[in-house]
Design a protein around this ligand. Structure first.
Ligand code: DAH
Length: 377
């Protein structure tokens, strides 16, 4: 409105208007600001001010248009200004009258009441989500290792056979490849190396050691893939946390001490741990780490009699694989196997979560049933 007011206060020459065509936009703008103004006149007193602003005899907008635009207009413009002014006047008068009628009949008030925002109405409540249990457990594991000086690295889920197998001392035709039967990618012709979905997070051991010299202390959380048929304990995609520590003087005691610290932090100080000999191509010696059964307290007996169904009466539950890094692995990353030593481990996060929270079907993690997810806010 302000700009229009200023414009109607000036003769057309000063507005730079010399040709009749230029009047169309000028009048359209004026009509637009009238319509805006009209929509704001909701009650009688506002309507009066509005009416005077446009129709006031002395200084109403239409009077200004007559005095400043019409009267001093050049003969070329005068005829068109007159015509446009008449059209505008007809519109202004009819709308002002219509507005008055609306206010008087109460229609305006009704419309206002209808449109008024009722601040006392309850708002739209958007439920706040929470992290998925897997993410929560991952976070917990990360926090524990972080607190003892490990850093967190992540790596690609699509790997080359070199990183997933060869550099981990698993040559082609090594039988352990069968256990990790996985998904190879269909690649366009001309792509040199085969690519696969990583079967474990261990390839990041190699990628990390390639990038940095010892000391190395990292954990690697992430998704891994295997061609497993889904059942209560198998899924074609699951989560692991790999761990690797390499330095000049790391011993088997550092290894067991670190793992034991982790397990007690994670399951509570009451659990007992043990390890058994095992085999992995990239560790020597290799172990399988067990924890005393968290369900029966290690007794192997169920509370109501009989054997504990979780540990099948053994009193122990297998947790994860680990070991001292096989010197052959150092050969792939140009570490001097005579000078460095270290340990590595790889744990299934889904399995840890199932044990800690008593979940007996891994599929529950991936079905996205809110009734399940809600139990772990
Ligand atoms: N990569 C092994 C698997 O997926 C787990 C593993 C075992 C990782 C021993 C390690 C390790 O780093 O030392 O079955």
């Amino acid at each position: 409105m302000k700009a229009q007011e200023n414009k109607t206060g000036l003769p057309l020459v000063q507005l730079g208007i010399t040709r009749p065509e230029e009047l169309t936009g000028l009048f359209a703008d004026l009509r637009g600001s009238f319509d805006n103004d009209c929509a704001c006149a909701h009650d009688e007193s506002a309507w009066k001010v509005f009416r005077d602003r446009w129709l006031g005899r002395k200084s109403g907008v239409l009077t200004q248009v007559t005095d400043n635009w019409l009267k001093p207009a050049t003969p070329v413009l005068k005829r068109v200004v007159g015509q446009k002014l008449n059209e505008l006047r007809a519109h202004v008068e009819s709308q002002i009258e219509a507005r008055r009628a609306a206010i008087e009949s109460g229609a305006e008030e009704a419309a206002l009441t209808r449109e008024r925002v009722d601040l006392s109405l309850p708002g739209v409540i958007r439920p706040i989500g929470s992290h998925h249990l897997i993410r929560q457990v991952l976070q917990e594991v990360e926090d524990i290792f972080f607190s003892i000086g490990f850093s967190i690295v992540e790596g690609p889920e699509i790997e080359t056979p070199y990183y997933n197998f060869e550099a981990l001392n698993i040559p082609e035709f090594h039988p352990v490849r069968d256990d990790m039967d996985t998904f190879y990618l269909d690649l366009p012709k001309g792509v040199p190396a085969p690519l696969l979905l990583r079967t474990h997070t261990s390839p990041m051991q190699i990628r990390t050691m390639e990038k940095q010299k010892p000391p190395v202390r990292v954990i690697v959380p992430g998704k891994v893939y295997r061609r497993d048929n889904p059942d209560a304990t198998h899924s074609f995609m699951f989560h692991q946390v790999e761990g690797l520590a390499v330095d000049t003087d790391i011993t088997f005691c550092d290894f067991t001490g670190t793992i034991e610290y982790f397990v007690k932090q994670f399951f509570g100080p009451g659990v007992k741990t043990r390890f058994r000999p095992s085999y992995f191509p990239f560790t020597e010696p290799s172990v399988e780490f067990d924890v005393s059964c968290i369900f029966c307290g290690g007794s192997g007996a169920a509370a109501g009699g009989g054997v504990c169904s979780k540990c099948k009466g053994a009193g122990w539950i297998e947790l994860f694989g680990a070991g001292m890094v096989d010197p052959a692995v150092y050969g792939f990353v140009n570490y001097d196997a005579k000078k460095v030593s270290g340990f590595a481990f790889g744990m299934g996060i889904d399995r840890l979560a199932m044990l800690k929270y008593g979940i007996d079907d891994i599929q529950a993690f991936f079905q996205n049933d809110v009734r399940f997810l809600k139990q772990f806010p």
